[in-house]
Ligand binder design. Structure first.
Ligand code: FES
Length: 575
């Protein structure tokens, strides 16, 4: 039997002579000043996702230094390499459009270059899922390190956090309650440090889910970006990556259907971002595991929301960190977890919990007997408006709108929305249902976070804070409201959402998990026959855009590209 290739001998460039390939590789890498001794060590790759456009990754350089220290203390050779970096506010048309590109970059760079294991450094919303997707497909032992949440800001004595308070205070500005001067001051106070949004947005959600999934060391999710514990986590991650290389603990062995169920329990218990359900479906899909939305909804029936963080609660990630981080949550939902799942620590989730610091009194994570919300944060809806599913973050909705029937006010595109939403002559009332079409994976394209339709200005001025809003788009995890998202099939491919007209009645029945268009079948069939897709845009014909439009899947499958996934072989949560 031939020895598995390790270190510099892995992934040799093809010259038709392996010995020469190694000779040439070593000749070039020696230009970096490495000795023969260094080049014989296990090689630990480190993804460098720093970018001058990505403030959430501002601390990546110092994290890399700490990871390298850990790798070298454990006897390995750390080598960093760049991948695409994505920031939410610097990704046109939307970061979701580019997530799969980053995952392909990550996968191929792991595969192309010699490394025995890889440290994935991510943080901002799309980077953690993209790195996990790429690593899952590459199959090399991998471990995740997040950049960590920002600390909170302050304005005139009020504690602020991105980006729940960005939206809340922008809403106040729109309603005329804040001056230009105040909103400018607030703009400078919302993101006061390196790190990711410090509320329970997508970044915090994905970090906590990744810890529950077993792909991150215990305690790795919540330490603030600027805290010394963040650097200690980086050092420990580097050291552990060396052990992973010799143990051969590949992502497939950690990310099992049972481990995904643990991550889904975490998502529900934290009242996490709706985006996470799309991302976790994409990560699982890379391993041939399908997320079963109905079974996920059932998990929600006995998984209460326990974490009191904005946007649904009052605290921020630094408070969760001080309250014990992910371990405090996992301990509370312990009876619901698959404790035998192996994690990148080399121990099971149950063993990690057993060795976590002891519990203490705190007010950020509630007990199961005294939850924030007695069911999980996310409900999965079906109905004639969403035959393949839709999502509602019920923990962030107005309680009196969870059961609601209203008149549809339809916007056919983002441009139509921008043009009409603030007009004084818009025919809209507080109990209407706002509908936005053509913002799904194909429609926008890239399924932007435009599902948080603003309250029409004339209603905002009257003090209206929430309305039922429906779209095939996503919503930032930092947003809140009675907002039905991810309607599938999307309107751009002729899903029922495309058939809604202003004046139709729509019924949201959260208790029955239904979203229905109250239009009779014959009329709907006539509309379906008359529907035609939008003509292609000039930019649709080439490059990554062409690849995206030809291959992107619907939300329930994670919006991944069909050709990146193996055949499905199992489901989670198991029925
Ligand atoms: Fe990066 Fe919010 S913008 S985590």
């Amino acid at each position: 039997m031939t020895e598995p290739k390790r270190g510099m001998r892995r992934s040799l460039t093809s010259y038709g002579d392996e010995a020469f390939s190694l000779f040439l590789r070593k000749a070039f890498i020696k230009a970096m000043g490495y000795t023969e001794d260094a080049l014989e060590r296990p090689i630990i790759g480190i993804t460098n996702t720093f970018s001058g456009y990505n403030a959430c990754h501002r601390n990546v350089p110092e994290l890399i230094e700490a990871v390298k220290r850990g790798v070298m203390l454990a006897g390995g050779l750390p080598i960093e390499f760049p991948t695409i970096s994505l920031h939410e506010s610097f990704s046109h048309p939307t970061s979701m459009y580019l997530r799969n590109l980053m995952s392909i970059d990550t996968e191929e760079m792991i595969r192309a270059q010699p490394m025995d294991s890889v440290v994935l450094i991510g943080g901002c919303d799309k980077t953690v899922p993209a790195l996990l997707m790429g690593a899952a497909s590459a199959g090399t032992p991998a471990i995740m390190l997040v950049t960590g949440p920002m600390i909170t800001g302050s304005h005139r004595g009020e504690r602020l956090g991105a980006c729940t308070d960005c939206r809340r205070l922008w809403g106040k500005y729109r309603a005329g309650e804040l001056t230009d001067q105040e909103i400018t001051e607030i703009n400078g106070a919302l993101a006061p440090s390196a790190g990711t949004c410090m509320v329970m947005g997508t970044a915090s959600t994905m970090a906590l889910m990744t810890e529950a999934l077993g792909m991150m060391l215990p305690g790795g999710a919540a330490a603030p970006a600027v805290h010394a514990d963040r650097l200690r986590a980086a050092e420990a991650t580097g050291a552990r990556a060396v052990a992973l290389a010799s143990e051969g603990l590949t992502p497939e062995k950690v990310m099992t259907p049972q481990a995904f169920e643990n991550a889904l329990r975490m998502l529900l218990a934290i009242g996490g971002s709706t985006n996470a359900i799309v991302h976790i479906a994409a990560v699982a899909g890379r391993l041939g595991i399908e997320i079963d939305l109905e079974a996920f909804d059932k998990l929600g029936r006995d998984t209460p929301v326990l974490v009191d963080l904005k946007p649904t609660g009052q605290h921020y990630m630094e408070d969760l960190f001080k309250a014990g981080g992910a371990a405090t949550i996992l301990r509370e939902i312990r009876p619901l977890l698959n404790l035998d799942c192996i994690t990148v620590s080399g121990r099971t989730l149950g063993e990690n919990l057993d060795s976590a610091p002891a519990a203490f009194a705190q007010d950020v994570v509630r007990s199961r007997e005294n939850p924030i919300f007695k069911e999980g944060g996310i409900a999965v809806l079906r109905g004639n408006l969403a035959p393949n599913g839709a999502i509602l973050k019920q923990s962030a909705a107005a309680a009196d709108l969870l059961q609601h029937t209203g008149r549809a006010v339809v916007f056919t595109s983002l441009e139509d929305l921008a043009e009409r939403i603030d007009r004084d002559d818009l025919d809209v009332a507080p109990d209407d249902v706002l509908v936005l079409q053509n913002t799904g994976p194909q429609g926008a394209p890239g399924m932007p976070e435009s599902g948080y339709l603003p309250i029409p200005r004339k209603l905002a001025r009257q003090g209206v804070k929430d309305m039922v809003r429906i779209s095939d788009a996503r919503m930032s995890g930092t947003a809140f409201g009675t907002i039905v998202l991810h309607v599938s099939p999307e309107s751009a491919i002729g899903g029922p959402l495309a058939l809604v007209r202003t004046g139709d009645r729509i019924k949201l029945d959260t208790a029955a998990r239904r979203i229905d268009l109250l239009v009779d079948d014959a009329e709907l069939e006539a509309r379906r026959k008359a529907w035609t897709p939008s003509p292609p845009r000039p930019e649709d014909g080439r490059g990554y855009r062409r690849l995206f439009l030809d291959n992107v899947e619907q939300a329930e499958h994670g919006c991944d590209f069909t050709f990146l996934k193996p055949a499905m072989k199992s489901r989670t949560p198991p029925r």
